[in-house]
Design a protein around this ligand. Sequence first.
Ligand code: BV8
Length: 234
Amino acid sequence: MSVELLKDWLLASKKTVVLTGAGMSTESGIPDFRSASGLWRGVDPRTVASVEALEGNYELFRSFYQQRIEALEQCVPHKGYEILAAWQKRGIISFIATQNVDRFHEAAGAVNVQELHGNITTIRCRDCNRPRELAAFLAGDVCLDCGGKLRPNVVLFGEMLPNEAWQKSLQAIEQADLVLVIGTSLEVYPVNQLPAMTQGKLVYINLETANERGFDLVLQGRAGEILAQVDSLL
Ligand code: BV8
């Protein structure tokens, strides 16, 4: 049974790295991007989640992120997030990197989580880069110091990833002997290059398994349910 095998690999592994995507948050009520009910089914990401949108279509950009931030305020991390945080505390996993911008790993108690695509709950001024209040962004205010437009600290399409998070995640995956890739379509570059960088075993936990090539073990299903099954064996 593959959850049994994953339990054995987790207990035998000295350095286990977890890489998560939007599929890790759908059981908390947050839509993902590319599955049937995903965010990009209704809107072209380039018109709202890109540098072009920030520069050239600010009101659409701001209302897109305002809606996501307000929706996020109604949601909480599900059991799967609590299990990963508990495994980190018990030393079963040693590193968590995420593409998610909801900070649910930290909200569930995980620490040192590397946010490869930033987050949508902290804000800065687009022009002077000073940190600004979330409430000011939601109210549509401009920067108090320079009058510039406000934006979330999310990595937009066309932007570089935060260098420290990228380097730490790349190094952790290169050194891992087990990598769990959970709830991601692996469509977005450069994060989709990370799994192949490991010499260790690769495990894919995902509802859809279109991009499963190169994985040593594939568990198709809901992340929260699969993590709970494995947790019950540990
Ligand atoms: C960069 C905004 C260098 C933030 C995001 C042409 C070809 C190839 C690449 C490119 C190209 N043109 C441009 C690029 C580069 C571009 C890119 O990769 N585009 C792709 C989409 C074609 N990448 C970039 O721009 C990156 N920067 O390359 O910089 C550079 C810079 C400047 C100049 C030159 C070079 C920046 C990446 C952007 C990151 N920001 N969005 C936001 O609003 O969130 S990416 C967006 O997709 C999200 O942020 C998310 O983090 C990311 C990844 O999505 P997933 O997490 O995988 O989610 P998805 O819905 O796709 O999949 C979820 C999966 O979960 C599904 O398979 C589903 O079945 C499964 N699932 C669902 N529920 C469950 C589940 N599984 C288990 N359990 C469940 N319950």
